[in-house]
Design a protein around this ligand. Structure first.
Ligand SMILES: Cc1cc2nc3c(=O)[nH]c(=O)nc-3n(C[C@H](O)[C@H](O)[C@H](O)COP(=O)(O)O)c2cc1C
Ligand code: SF4
Ligand code: SF4
Length: 333
């Protein structure tokens, strides 16, 4: 008799989602499933496992699934009769649990389009790993949040084994709001946040950050890491640098803010000066603004990066709140 087969599709920036995946895998195996696992960041071409159950697991970024997960799912074809379950892994901040935003809705829709019967979509909250802006929880809080999350994953794993149908309810208004915010994060936010990273004087050039970045965003230039514009925001680099040398720069944040505010008035002036109907004038203003940002933001970043070659400038640029933040070492730390 052929055994039941399940395949897990995983992306994890700092280990929370990986922990949930290993617990679910263990539970499925105990229930008699043979299992396979693909790491979505290591194998951009989706697997062709003919398993009857597929479980997709990812961390939450900006109220949506990471861009690389969407790219992967777009190419995933369902074997005949395959069912799929989705587990979004969010972050608890203080006492506030995570939020699934638009992620479950968008990934369910995509998987259905790819031919899967989606029967389960839920969220579990491990500690928030966004140390670029907030400190990681202390040991006690970390353990407490993880215990609660582990218990929830156990419950979800049982539901997957039983094939329990479960979806989180969400109003149309909330969906619209999350769509709007996540669109901004996906297209602009994550890129600009990645450009805030800078390695301070503690960096020893080991290149671990460059080797482990899931987006290939980091390259080593003259012995120090440099971030390009494709960061996903996973926080792996800042949390796993052995010297805690990676910081989120306040100076870069201010300069980026100025560079994106400056073209607003010239763009509006351009729109109103053109002999166009008002709707076309707004489109012209928006196009002018976007072009100016596409020129000004990379230019500002190039200039700052060139100046960073001087140790005194790098010391100044590397100042920011993350200097004081505890790093997040993952759920078992
Ligand atoms: C840029 C960024 C955005 C985030 N957005 C959300 C969010 O919208 N909802 C949420 O619940 N958690 C959010 N988080 C928290 C992470 O999803 C959470 O810490 C997750 O457990 C990390 O999983 P990992 O360790 O597998 O990468 C965000 C974290 C980062 C870095
Ligand atoms: S991991 Fe840390 S020490 Fe190593 S190159 Fe990156 S910033 Fe420098
Ligand atoms: S640059 Fe850092 S935060 Fe961005 S994708 Fe790479 S490892 Fe993740």
């Amino acid at each position: 008799m052929s055994r039941l087969r399940a395949h897990l599709h995983l992306f994890s920036g700092t280990g929370n989602t990986a922990r949930a995946a290993s617990m679910i895998r263990e539970r499925l195996e105990l229930a008699g499933y043979e299992t396979g696992l693909t790491r979505m960041d290591q194998k951009p071409l989706p697997c062709e496992d003919s398993a009857s159950l597929h479980v997709v697991l990812f961390p939450m970024y900006g109220f949506d699934a990471p861009t690389l997960v969407h790219r992967y799912l777009h190419k995933l074809a369902a074997p005949p009769g395959a069912r799929a379950a989705i587990l979004a892994v969010g972050g608890t901040e203080g006492e506030i649990p995570g939020n699934e935003g638009i992620s479950l809705y968008r990934t369910s829709k995509l998987l259905r389009k790819r031919g899967f019967t989606v029967f389960h979509a839920s969220l579990v909250s491990y500690p928030n790993n966004w140390v670029q802006f907030v400190s990681a929880p202390d040991e006690q809080s970390n353990a407490r949040i993880c215990r609660k999350a582990d218990a929830e994953v156990e419950r979800i794993a049982d539901q997957l084994v039983k094939g329990t149908v479960s979806f989180k309810k969400q109003s149309g208004a909330m969906r619209l709001l999350f769509s709007f915010i996540s669109f901004g994060y996906r297209h602009v936010g994550r890129r600009m946040l990645g450009k805030l990273f800078v390695a301070d004087s503690r960096c020893n050039g080991c290149s671990r950050c460059a080797r482990t970045c899931p987006m290939g965003t980091i390259s080593m230039k003259k012995g120090v890491p440099s971030w390009n514009w494709s960061c996903a925001g996973c926080q792996r680099c800042i949390n796993t640098c052995p010297r805690e040398a990676i910081q989120s720069s306040t100076a870069k944040l201010l300069l980026q803010g100025i560079a994106s505010l400056l073209p607003i008035w010239p763009a509006i002036w351009l729109g109103s000066a053109l002999p166009l109907p008002s709707w076309a004038a707004w489109i012209a203003a928006l196009a002018g603004y976007s072009i100016a940002c596409l020129v000004l933001l990379p230019l500002t970043s190039r200039l700052v990066e060139a100046a960073e070659a001087r140790p005194a400038v790098r010391r100044f640029v590397a100042r920011g709140p993350s200097v004081r933040h505890r790093r997040y070492r993952g759920p078992s730390a």
